[in-house]
Design a protein around this ligand. Structure first.
Ligand code: FES
Length: 104
């Protein structure tokens, strides 16, 4: 398993464990840990209710066109925004720090 961190408004970082052998997305890990991520579309990159800002990370997977297009439509998107459903848990994500954005 790897560790993922969710930064709270207070600046506190909550550590989550993400198994490597279940082919989960970061969105699914957030939901499993009861973070308020609606993920209405279930991971299809068409709802943006899994929007996170990446605060710290190693190399991230490239964005596909669907994700990039969705992010362009979001009022709170920043240069570090990602759709958490498009981030598959893999060893390179160990230590990822995200903030859950208002659209989620
Ligand atoms: Fe809908 Fe990620 S869950 S875009």
């Amino acid at each position: 398993a790897i560790n993922i961190y969710v930064e709270q408004e207070s600046g506190e970082r909550i550590e989550l464990e993400a198994p490597l052998d279940m082919n989960l997305s970061v969105m699914e890990v957030l939901k499993a840990n009861e973070f308020p991520v609606q993920a209405v579309c279930g991971g299809m990159a068409i709802c943006a209710t899994c929007h996170v800002e990446v605060l710290e990370s190693g190399p991230l997977p490239e964005m596909n066109d669907d994700e990039a297009y969705m992010l362009e439509t979001l009022p709170h998107a920043t240069d570090s925004s990602r759709l958490s459903c498009q981030l598959r848990v893999n060893p390179e994500l160990d230590g990822l720090v995200v903030r859950i954005m208002p659209e989620a």
